[in-house]
Design a binder for this molecule. Structure first.
Ligand SMILES: Nc1ncnc2c1ncn2[C@@H]1O[C@H](COP(=O)(O)OP(=O)(O)OP(=O)(O)O)[C@@H](O)[C@H]1O
Length: 256
């Protein structure tokens, strides 16, 4: 479970990115965080795995007080929380399987990871993770020979190999075409449903958020202005989250 208790986040330049956030996310939920650019979505997600420190309040992940973690504890804590980025974060000159294998040696520097010798068991686990996202046949292909959607699936497989409880995804489909985006979202959904991994995703495509997520959190100027089931989201909800800009945004036209 993830629990925010009166959480505030102020950056060094004085930007108040999160204001009194109170939130509980149970294990296995699929949550989409939506809102305008600059609303605080990334900050919200990145506080969960301590990529950002909160300024005040309490943030618990599986009853661990995240702010109290130090050094090695943070690295160990992050192993159970996968993170997927818009830019995939892969080593593109290397094979797909090597990119997945690095997840087994999280504490080594990247050069040691990539030159490291891996056990047969690690290789089998990596292949299994690739199979789960449907790209087993690409295991020995260089990443730079794959499409964007396939690269995002490699990133997903690398995260799955870590055996996470939680998957944080920061705009995972922002650089993908609509068809590929759906395929990647299908993977997230399957992973969420079959492995009971919580998915917390920051996403700009509202219609996709409503289609795939069970729960929608609407953020506006650092505050949660909506928190409810995807099927409860109305045009008024979106107007409240996006303000007057909602009418100008084409992807909102399909909602409701
Ligand atoms: N490292 C930082 N230092 C200072 N201010 C920051 C930093 N990161 C984000 N901010 C500010 O905090 C606020 C929230 O930013 P955040 O990136 O969380 O928004 P977002 O909703 O994810 O936006 P986008 O959809 O454009 O990624 C914005 O005003 C932003 O300018």
């Amino acid at each position: 479970m993830i629990e925010f208790n009166h959480v505030n986040k102020t950056y060094h330049n004085g930007t108040n990115a999160l204001k009194n956030i109170n939130l509980k996310i149970e294990q296995g939920e699929f949550v989409a965080v939506i809102g305008l650019s600059g609303a605080g979505k990334s900050t919200l997600i990145r506080c969960i795995n301590r990529m950002h420190d909160i300024t005040s309040g309490h943030l618990y992940v599986n009853h661990v007080d995240v702010s109290k973690l130090k050094g090695k504890q943070i690295r160990r804590f992050r192993r159970r929380i996968g993170m997927i980025f818009q830019s995939f974060n892969l080593v593109t000159r290397m094979s797909v399987i090597k990119n997945v294998l690095v997840s087994f040696v999280p504490d080594l520097p990247m050069w040691r990871k990539l030159t490291g010798v891996f056990t047969k068991e690690h290789k089998l686990k990596a292949l299994e993770a690739l199979d789960k996202v449907g790209i087993l046949d690409k295991a020995y292909v260089r990443v730079d020979q794959l499409s964007g959607g396939q690269q995002q699936r490699v990133a997903l497989a690398r995260t799955l190999a870590q055996n996470p409880d939680i998957l944080l995804a920061d705009e995972p489909i922002a650089s993908l075409d609509p068809v590929t985006s759906k395929l990647v979202m299908d993977d997230f959904k399957t992973i969420n449903q079959t492995m009971k991994i919580s998915v917390i995703m920051n996403i700009h495509h509202v219609e996709i958020a409503l289609e795939y997520a069970d729960r929608i959190i609407g953020v506006r100027e650092g505050e949660i202005v909506f928190d409810g089931a995807a099927d409860q989201v109305t045009k008024e909800t979106l107007d409240n989250i996006y303000g007057s800009k909602s009418n100008e945004t084409p992807f909102l036209a399909e909602a409701n």
